[in-house]
Design a protein around this ligand. Structure first.
Ligand code: ADP
Ligand code: MG
Length: 459
C-alpha cells in the first residue's frame, strides 16, 4: 500500500488518472469538482456533494468511481454519495478534525484501515445484451457473444477473442455474456477479470508462492472472461501460467473469452504457442459505429433517461462524435446534466454544452474532404459514393450538395472540385452548383440539407 494517505490525495489521483479521461470536461467541472471526499472507519469512501442534483448525477457514476479507486490504490472501497451543505461539512470537519480530509496521514493510520488484496471485479449489471445496440460494426461480435452466452455448441468459438479500439463495447459485450450465464445457468461458475488485475494477482502469487489457490480460482470455472488482455504483453511468467490455465480450461471444455485493443498478431511479445491457441478459436473485431448505430444508441440513452431530444440534436451529436461510444455517452450525459439544470435541449444549447467534446469545426480545417465527410454522413452515403459515378437520387443529391458547399464555403475552383470528386470535368461541377442554387428555393429537403450541413460544419 502506498503511503500517500488521505481521502483527498487518493481522490485527486483517482480523478486525474482515471475519472477525468472518462468524463466530459464540462460534466467533470459541474459535478465532480464540488465533491468533498471522506474516508470513514469502515473503508467507505464517502463523497459529499452540495445538492440533490449533484447527488443524482454522481451516483450514476458509482461503479466507475469504485473501479477507478481500485485502479488508483489497488484497494477496494465502497463508495457512497451523500448530500451535505457547506455548513454541515464545516461542522463535521471541526468535529472530526481536519486530518481526515486534508492532512497527509498514512492510510494505515486511519482507524481500522487495513489494506486488503484486490477485490474481485464485479460484473456491471447494466451491461446486458438488452442494452447493447447492434449495428453493422458490432453485429458479428454480438452474435458470437450471444452464442457463447447460450453455452450450446460454442466449441467453435473457443476461445473467443474480441478486439477493437477503446470505447467500442468490448467490455459491455463480455460482461453481457457473464450476466446472461449468471442469470440463466445458476450452476455455472463465471469469472470476470481485468487482465491488469489478473497480472497484479499473479505477482502476489509469485511473492507468496500460493500457486494452488490461484490455479483453483482460475481453472475451476465454466466461463473465464479476461478483459484487456494486452496487459499481459511482455510478462513472460504470466504468459506461461496463462498458457496452462488456458489449456486446462479448453481441455475441460470450458469457455474462454478475451478482449484486447489490438488483433492477436499485433501482440508482438506474446509467446507463439499462446498466439496459436488464440487463433484456434474465433477472432472478431469491433469497429467504430456507423451513423445509424450512433443515432440508435443516443435514442436509447434518451429513452432510458426519460429525456426528450429532438432529432436535429441527436443528429448533431451523432454526426460529430463518431469514433467512440464512450464519448458518445459522455456527450449525452453532458447534455443530460444540462437539462437537469433546467436548460432546454435545442441545437444551440447542445453546441454550447458539447464544445469541449465535439472538435469545434471552426478550428478544424474545412476542406473538401471534411465537407464530403459531413455530407456523406448527412445523406448516409459514403465518401466513395460521392466520388463514384453512381447516379441514384440520394447519391446524386449528396454529391451536388457537397460540390456546392465546396464552391461556396471554401472558394475552391470548379476545376479543383472536379478533381477531388473523382476527376470530374469542371463543367459537371458548374452544372451541379447551378442545380443546387435552383433547388434551394424549390425543394425543401435540399434547403434543409444545406442549412443543416452548414450548421454541422460550423460554417
Ligand atoms: P471498451 O471495453 O471497448 O473500451 P465499453 O464496453 O467499456 O468499451 O463501452 C463503452 C461504453 O459504451 C459503455 O458504457 C457501454 O455500455 C457503451 N456501449 C458500447 N457499445 C454499445 C452498444 N453497441 N450499445 C449500447 N451501448 C454501448
Ligand atoms: Mg473495456
Amino acid at each position: 500500500m502506498k503511503s500517500e494517505g488521505d481521502a483527498k490525495i487518493i481522490w485527486q489521483k483517482t480523478c486525474e488518472e482515471y475519472l477525468k479521461p472518462e468524463i466530459s470536461a464540462l460534466a467533470f467541472q459541474t459535478w465532480f469538482e464540488p465533491i468533498e471526499p471522506f474516508l470513514d472507519e469502515d473503508k467507505r469512501f464517502i463523497l459529499y456533494v452540495p445538492n440533490d442534483l449533484t447527488k443524482e448525477f454522481v451516483s450514476k457514476y458509482i461503479p466507475l468511481i469504485e473501479n477507478a479507486l481500485r485502479l488508483a490504490t489497488s484497494n477496494s472501497f465502497e463508495v457512497l454519495v451523500e448530500e451535505k451543505s457547506a455548513q454541515q461539512l464545516q461542522a463535521m470537519k471541526e468535529a472530526v478534525g481536519p486530518d481526515i480530509f486534508n492532512a497527509s496521514t498514512d492510510l494505515a493510520k486511519v482507524p481500522n484501515f487495513k489494506p486488503t488484496p484486490v477485490r474481485e471485479s464485479k460484473l456491471n449489471p447494466a451491461y446486458t445484451f438488452d442494452s447493447f445496440v447492434v449495428g453493422p460494426s458490432n453485429r458479428f461480435a454480438h452474435a458470437a457473444c450471444v452464442a457463447v452466452a447460450s453455452m450450446h455448441g460454442s466449441k467453435n468459438y473457443n476461445p473467443l477473442f474480441l478486439y477493437g479500439g477503446s470505447g467500442l463495447g468490448k467490455t459491455h459485450l463480455m460482461q453481457a455474456i457473464g450476466n446472461h450465464v449468471n442469470s440463466e445457468y445458476k450452476d455455472k461458475k463465471v469469472r470476470y477479470v481485468q487482465s491488469e488485475q489478473f497480472v497484479n494477482e499473479f505477482i502476489q502469487v509469485i511473492a507468496n508462492k500460493k500457486y494452488d489457490a490461484f490455479r483453483q480460482k482460475y481453472r475451476q470455472v465454466d466461463l473465464l472472461l479476461i478483459d484487456d488482455i494486452q496487459f499481459i504483453e511482455g510478462k513472460e511468467q504470466m504468459q506461461e501460467e496463462f498458457f496452462h490455465t488456458f489449456n486446462s480450461l479448453l481441455e475441460a471444455g470450458r469457455n474462454i473469452v478475451l478482449t484486447c485493443d489490438k488483433p492477436p498478431q499485433s501482440l508482438t511479445t506474446l509467446e507463439d504457442r499462446l498466439r496459436t491457441r488464440i487463433s484456434s478459436g474465433l477472432t472478431i473485431d469491433i469497429n467504430p459505429p456507423d451513423y445509424e448505430t450512433r443515432m440508435a444508441i443516443l435514442a436509447r440513452l434518451a429513452q432510458t433517461h426519460g429525456l426528450i431530444i429532438t432529432d436535429d440534436v441527436l443528429d448533431y451529436i451523432a454526426a460529430n462524435v463518431t469514433s467512440n461510444i464512450r464519448e458518445l455517452e459522455g456527450a449525452f450525459k453532458t447534455l443530460y446534466a444540462y437539462s437537469l439544470l433546467g436548460n432546454p435541449i435545442n441545437l444551440e444549447n447542445a453546441r454550447n454544452a458539447l464544445k469541449d467534446i465535439v472538435t469545434p469545426a471552426a478550428r478544424r480545417q474545412i476542406d473538401s474532404n471534411y465537407i464530403m465527410n459531413v455530407c456523406a454522413n448527412y445523406f448516409d452515403v459514403t465518401i466513395a459514393d460521392l466520388k463514384s459515378k453512381k447516379r441514384n437520387q440520394v447519391i446524386t443529391d449528396a454529391r451536388h450538395v457537397a460540390m456546392y458547399l465546396c464552391y461556396n464555403l471554401i472558394d475552391m475552383t470548379y476545376t479543383d472540385i472536379g478533381e477531388d470528386f473523382g476527376n470530374r470535368n469542371h463543367a459537371t461541377v458548374i452544372h451541379a452548383c447551378n442545380k443546387i442554387e435552383n433547388d434551394i428555393s424549390k425543394k425543401p429537403e435540399i434547403d434543409r440539407a444545406i442549412k443543416e450541413i452548414s450548421l454541422r460544419l460550423d460554417a
